[in-house]
Design a protein around this ligand. Structure first.
Ligand code: NAD
Length: 491
């Protein structure tokens, strides 16, 4: 589908969905605690509403509801096929909501419409995939024992908590929620305080599917509410996507009473451009990996490593393409790059660029951007010390370093403490494979940068500071399950 073919809901329609609510034990109630900041339309810079959090009393109600439902076993003991059927109904309903979810996200995160539309197909696909895991009989497997079969049972761990960031909230939430429910866990979702609205649409899908009340709940707020959920001993499994600081706090809380935890954190992803790479295609890859989700993508380009013999033409071609980008309102189908998500994040990204400039980096600012809103021109940095460019910036910003040998390229790529994505461009795929296999990172794409996975059922691993516990169709399901092995002993 081309951007101009996407049906854009009217602003009036979008605004109808900008009413925040907690969803606790099947009831929608307004959150009451003021957080002292705003949710914005980043394309214009206008505040939409004040950020709100769920009160401690309501949070307690949500935890009590989830815990009670887990103890009754009413969801865990439903046959997997029936759970699958409900999730499939939810998927069918959520499919119809994709245009609205996408428009809400473009309006509140600044990510352009073609991307939010594409990414939010994951919302319904996640429910279908989780149902598929149940349909395959994944909850019970058998191995031979001394006296007949030994059963390996996957059982729900208990109350599950899903915490998501602002860059692609509904799709990330759907993946976690669908898997928690498929595994048999009551789940509490906490969206980001910066972009909570699109996640609320999951309620419509799950209500339409007839999910028993209380099994899916939403609470609102920032780090404090997230931390309370994670600290609570009734919570038994946590899936968190966000930054390193939050990830470390969540990991520490889960360590206390050994909760199951999945952490999907940041990345500072390298692209290695070998001497024989096609310059046009590589430059397209650079632009795309830099501007997807306005550069606020965990697998976005962070460090561009170019063979010294093609350094100049690759840099020049990439700069030309970046200068030609149309930057503007995320809801305009012609826009290729939107703004950063919020003013705090923009300040953070600008400070990171300034810090590198002070340390001696040369800054190449590219496309012209509107003076209102939270826009940032895609920026390439040259002449920085590689030691100074190992941290994630999370914007359309990449540092460029030349290299001479394969060994040098691999060393530079593996220098970052993160390990989520990576890219290699070369005319010789065998050579690219040879290098890609040696990168200490979760996934490497050769000659491409698409948001699409190489295979939807392949795991999405994270190395180093990028996280803990793999994501994936079966991997995320497993976060919410414990195993029991049952069989007749040898006599
Ligand atoms: P963030 O860590 O500030 O917030 C993420 C979510 O966690 C929010 O809902 C926030 O309220 C909550 N939170 C923050 N601190 C918490 C704490 N101590 N305890 C519990 N909850 C807490 O991240 P962000 O700024 O919203 O998102 C940007 C980060 O997310 C980037 O680092 C990016 O790389 C990462 N990210 C990773 C992936 C991935 O799949 N690996 C995907 C998207 C984003």
């Amino acid at each position: 589908m081309t951007p101009s073919e996407i049906k854009v809901p009217s602003l009036e329609e979008i605004r109808k969905h900008l009413v925040l609510f907690d969803y606790i034990d099947g009831e929608r109630t307004p959150p009451t605690v003021e957080l002292g900041s705003f949710v914005y339309n980043p394309s214009t810079g206008e505040p939409i509403a004040s950020q709100k959090a769920t009160s401690p009393e309501q949070l307690e109600r949500a935890l009590q509801t989830a815990s009670r439902l887990h103890q009754t076993g009413m969801w865990a003991n439903i046959p997997p096929e029936v759970r699958a059927e409900i999730l499939e109904h939810a998927a069918n309903h959520l499919m119809t909501l994709v245009p609205v979810i996408a428009a809400i996200e473009s309006y509140t995160t600044g990510v352009i419409l073609s991307t939010t539309h594409f990414v939010n197909n994951i919302v319904w696909l996640a429910f279908k995939a989780a149902a598929g895991v149940l349909r395959q009989g994944y909850t019970v497997s058998k191995v031979p024992g001394p006296c007949g079969d030994v059963e390996i049972l996957r059982k729900p761990r208990g109350v599950a908590v899903a915490i998501v960031p602002w860059n692609s909230p509904a799709a990330l939430a759907a993946h976690k929620v669908a898997n928690a429910l498929a595994a048999g866990c009551p789940v509490i979702l906490k969206p980001s305080e910066w972009a909570p609205y699109s996640c609320l649409l999951l309620v419509e899908g799950l209500e339409a599917a007839g999910l028993p009340r209380g099994l899916f709940q939403i609470v609102n707020g920032g780090a404090e509410v997230g931390q309370r959920l994670v600290n609570d001993p009734r919570t038994r499994a946590v899936s968190f996507t966000g930054g390193l600081q939050g990830g470390r706090a969540v990991a520490a809380a889960c360590a206390h009473d050994f909760k199951s935890v999945q952490l999907e954190l940041g990345g500072n992803n390298a692209m290695i451009v070998l001497a024989d790479a096609d310059i046009e295609k590589t430059a397209d890859g650079i632009v795309s990996s830099l501007i997807t989700l306005n550069g606020q993508w965990c697998r976005a380009l962070g460090r561009l490593l170019i063979h010294e013999t093609i350094y100049e033409p690759v840099l020049e071609t990439a700069l030309q393409k970046l200068r030609a980008l149309r930057v503007g309102d995320a809801l305009d189908p012609e826009t290729q790059l939107g703004p950063l998500a919020n003013p705090v994040h923009k300040t953070r990204v600008e400070a990171a660029i300034r810090e590198l400039e002070v340390k001696g980096a040369r800054i190449h600012v590219t496309a012209s951007v509107p003076t209102y809103g939270f826009y940032l021109s895609p920026t390439l940095l040259t002449d920085a010390n590689p030691q100074d460019t190992v941290e994630e910036i999370f914007g359309p910003v990449a540092a460029i370093h030349p290299f001479r040998t394969d060994e040098e390229a691999i060393e530079l790529a593996n220098q970052s403490p993160y390990g989520l994505g990576g890219y290699v461009f070369s005319a010789d795929e065998e050579h690219a494979f040879h290098i890609a296999r040696r990168l200490r990172t979760g996934g490497v794409k050769i000659n491409g940068v698409s948001l699409l996975e190489l295979n939807v059922d392949a795991p999405r691993p994270a190395w180093g500071l990028s996280g803990f516990g793999e994501e994936g169709t079966f991997e995320t399901f497993d976060v919410f399950c414990g195993k029991s092995v049952v069989g007749v002993a040898a006599r």
